[in-house]
Design a protein around this ligand. Structure first.
Ligand code: SF4
Ligand code: SF4
Length: 346
């Protein structure tokens, strides 16, 4: 499989990496088989996160049967102060059972102010101290909002950016890509399948293949999915006229309800946490029920009680999404999930 240099990190990675989210939901044996098949089939990098439940542990078990130089390991921590990020790094090294991590990413930096705080309060410095020791080889950041992404790559030590880019999320995605290329930061396209919303693998992969600097790390749930995506990548076909027509159709259908997590609608002055409600369906599809029921979604459902139905968020959304309607649907989905979960474990 073609390899790409990940910006000035110099890491040579296959166009397709292994995203560590969906393996949390699989029975352990299946998860291990999927990870193993990806590495055996030629994928040379795995990307996970401290926040992805048992993902790091499972990856840690599988990689013991591979030589360390055969693969690159990327993970992330969302700590916003030095003590928390240090704990997260130590935990990742332990769970992955390795002496070093090839790329450590600040996970989901929410905005420019928070990033500046992390620089000022020593969080970034603590990570760089690990880099000096060689326990982290390179440092990057992930974000959903363009302004946050741009803030991180302005920092001279951020070598790689991970940001959403797929054929629906092009506006900010392409701006982030352009900015990354300018500073020679590597670019990992997050959400190549739109967080589960885009189910046409050929269109998704061919869309990304047209950008030579871009690599991506879809989450796989089966050995067959690994094979399918890698075959598409190796085939290297450009988008056909038919693909382009399908993409236009997707934009019409999904584009009117797909939340890009850009954050332009927030903050809501009544304290409603809009994005976790807007992305409820995708979260329920991709994450274990326990994660959804105990995470941001649960707090967001509570915050929805404060919604006054004023509609200001809809005026701010550049994609004109029916936010109020989608939030209500999100609350309903959460309640259904909760009652299914409670019935199962009653
Ligand atoms: S609702 Fe609209 S503005 Fe808010 S995050 Fe989603 S796409 Fe962006
Ligand atoms: S409708 Fe008004 S109160 Fe409700 S989430 Fe949107 S901005 Fe907040």
């Amino acid at each position: 499989m073609e390899r790409v240099k990940l910006g000035r990190s110099g890491l040579e990675v296959t166009k397709i990496g292994f995203g560590g989210i969906p393996i949390q939901r699989l029975p352990e044996q299946n998860a291990m088989e999927v990870i193993k098949s990806a590495l055996e089939r030629g994928i040379n990098w795995i990307d996970t996160a401290n926040a992805y439940g048992n993902s790091e542990e499972r990856i840690g078990k599988v990689i013991q049967s591979f030589r360390r130089e055969e693969f690159l390991l990327f993970t992330k921590g969302a700590g916003k102060d030095p003590e928390t990020i240090e704990k997260q790094i130590e935990l990742s090294l332990k769970r992955l059972n390795v002496d070093y991590i090839d790329l450590y990413q600040f996970h989901l930096v929410p905005d420019r102010e928070t990033w500046q705080r992390m620089v000022d309060n020593g969080t970034v410095e603590r990570v760089l101290a690990y880099k000096k020791q060689g326990r982290l080889r390179h440092v990057g950041a992930t974000a959903h909002k363009l302004e946050a992404a741009l803030a991180t790559i302005e920092h001279p030590e951020i070598e790689v950016l991970q940001f959403p880019l797929n054929f629906i999320m092009t506006d900010d995605g392409l701006k982030a890509l352009e900015a990354s290329i300018k500073v020679d930061a590597g670019f990992i396209a997050m959400k190549p399948f739109g967080g589960g919303e885009l189910d046409d693998a050929p269109c998704c992969i061919r869309f990304l293949l047209q950008y030579p600097e871009v690599v991506t790390d879809p989450g796989f749930e089966s050995v067959e999915q690994v094979e399918k995506v890698l075959s598409l990548c190796e085939e290297g076909a450009p988008l056909s006229e038919r693909d382009r027509a399908k993409i236009e159709k997707y934009k019409e259908d999904v584009g009117t309800r797909f939340c890009r997590r850009c954050g332009y609608c927030s903050p809501c002055e009544h304290g409603v946490d809009i994005i976790p409600l807007m992305t409820m369906e995708s979260m329920i599809k991709r994450f274990p029920a326990e994660t959804v029921l105990n995470g941001d979604q649960s707090r967001a459902v509570e915050s929805h009680e404060n919604c006054t139905d004023c509609g200001e968020c809809e005026e701010k959304c550049p994609y004109e999404l029916p936010i109020r309607e989608r939030m209500k649907a999100g609350v309903e989905m959460f309640r259904e999930l909760k009652s299914r979960f409670n019935r199962r474990y009653a």
